[in-house]
Structures are given as structure tokens and as C-alpha cells.
Design a protein around this ligand. Structure first.
Ligand code: 13P
Length: 250
């Protein structure tokens, strides 16, 4: 059985006090025990947040990490530093990092390697922009992002990763992929995993959907056989909505 996961990507939002209030509200909420909650706050708050989540089942991750081990890389934060403050997960290749910080698949593959070697779980993100979908090129784009980002990994390593499909045209736009579009792409991603690693490995990897996922559409999206949960942006900033999404599995 694959893990059901609901993850909140807070992006560059919340003051310190607001961030603490949000995690306290989430930690005080009740949700289905079998669901694994992960929050991705701004890195600067992680140390304090992991102290609050330590007595809960909630995990914490960061939104970005360096591909380098240590040294003269001004402004960067390494995966070993992240691990040392209690985070266990890291987003890799979110479309906003790809778009605004020009992150490329080869660099993302290095980030994945660095995280795995420091014992963290990468959440590798992929997604096509609207034009690529309109040109019916979306399957090729996703295949390329996955192949170049994670297909250098061996069977054990890939099983320590989570994948997230986030169509860029659905992020923060209020436009969600239809349930059918989400399932179609998730099934495609799983078929790539089957081809490369075999059915048992492919069946063990969680693939999350992200892009305007909210309490009103989560149930339908999560009802798909290959959608193992969500990577939530805007709606994860409100504890009530985030928890309502976590309680949306059938
Ligand atoms: P929204 O849920 O705000 O569309 O953002 C999705 C996202 O980018 C999560 O990483």
C-alpha cells in the first residue's frame, strides 16, 4: 500500500508569528491517522517548527536545498544543515524554481543525489506549462523531466523519493486539472516507473497532485487510483482548509 500524503507548500508566505500559529493549528487538528501530513515552511522557520511537530506525526520539509555538500556557496543552505534542524523532506524542481531561478534538470538531479546521501527524502516536482499542453507535448515534457531528474537513481534510491505532478497552468490560477487529466498523467508517470524499475517498485512510489487543489475538489482528485495525495499551495496556508483536504480521501 502506497502512503497517502497531503503536503503543504507555504512558499514565501507568513511572518514568524503567523507561521508558528499555523503549525500550532495544524498540530491541534484531528485528521485520518493513515494520512501522512508534511509541511514545507520557509527554511528560516523550520528549526522552530520541527520542535512543535516533534510530538506529532507531522513531518517537515524545505522548499529548496543546495546541490553542493558544503563550502563557499553564499546564500545556500545544504541538505545536511536542513537535516540537522529536524527536516526530513525537500521539494526539488518546483516549477517556480524552474521558472524564476532557471533550475535545470541536471542541477535538480544533483540536488536529489545530495538529499539522498544526507538521508532526506526528495519530493521531485514536474509539470508542463499551458503552451506545452496545448501543443500536446505534455507527456514528452514530463517524461524528460522525470528521466533527467531521477532516472539515474537505483531501485532503492527511487523508493526513497516522492514525485509530484504540478501542471504549471493550474498553480495558483484557480484552474485545477480535471480528475481525468490528473489520473491520465499520474498513470503515465507510473508507467514510466514500471518500464524503468518494474511493477513492484513503481507501485510503491507516491505521486502527488498539485495545482489549485482545495477542499472542494480534493476528494475527486484523490479518488483516482494513481493519485496518492496532494501538494497544496494556497489552501495549505489556512489550517482548516489544509486539514479538510487531508480528510478528503475516500
Ligand atoms: P496552489 O495550490 O496555490 O495552486 O499551488 C500549488 C503548488 O505550487 C504547490 O507546490
Amino acid at each position: 500500500m502506497r502512503k497517502k500524503i497531503v503536503a503543504g507548500n507555504w512558499k514565501m508566505n507568513k511572518s514568524h508569528d503567523e507561521a508558528i500559529e499555523l503549525i500550532q493549528s495544524i498540530a491541534a487538528s484531528s485528521y485520518e491517522e493513515s494520512i501522512h501530513l508534511i509541511v514545507f515552511p520557509p527554511t528560516v522557520y523550520v528549526s522552530e517548527i520541527t520542535k512543535i511537530t516533534a510530538s506529532t506525526e507531522i513531518s517537515v520539509g524545505v522548499q529548496n536545498s543546495s546541490q553542493y555538500d558544503a563550502g563557499a556557496y553564499t546564500g545556500e543552505v545544504s541538505s545536511s544543515m536542513i537535516k540537522s534542524i529536524g527536516a526530513e523532506y525537500a521539494l526539488v524542481g518546483h516549477s517556480e524554481r524552474r521558472e524564476y531561478f532557471n533550475e535545470q534538470n541536471d542541477e535538480l538531479a544533483q540536488k536529489v543525489n545530495q538529499l539522498l546521501s544526507d538521508g532526506l527524502t526528495p519530493v521531485y516536482c514536474c509539470g508542463e506549462v499551458l503552451k506545452e499542453r496545448e501543443d500536446e507535448n505534455h507527456f514528452n515534457i514530463i517524461k524528460n523531466q522525470i528521466e533527467e531528474g531521477v532516472f539515474h537513481l537505483n531501485e532503492n534510491q527511487i523508493q526513497n523519493c516522492i514525485l509530484a505532478y504540478e501542471p504549471v497552468w493550474a498553480i495558483g490560477t484557480g484552474v485545477t486539472a480535471s480528475s481525468g487529466q490528473a489520473q491520465e498523467m499520474h498513470q503515465f508517470i507510473r508507467s514510466l516507473l514500471v518500464e524503468k524499475y518494474g511493477i513492484d517498485v513503481a507501485d510503491s512510489i507516491s505521486i502527488l497532485y498539485g495545482g489549485s487543489c482545495k477542499p472542494s475538489n480534493a476528494k475527486e482528485l484523490f479518488g483516482n487510483p494513481d493519485v496518492d495525495g496532494g501538494l497544496i499551495g494556497g489552501a495549505s496556508l489556512v489550517a482548516e482548509d489544509f486539514i479538510a483536504i487531508a480528510n478528503s480521501f475516500g
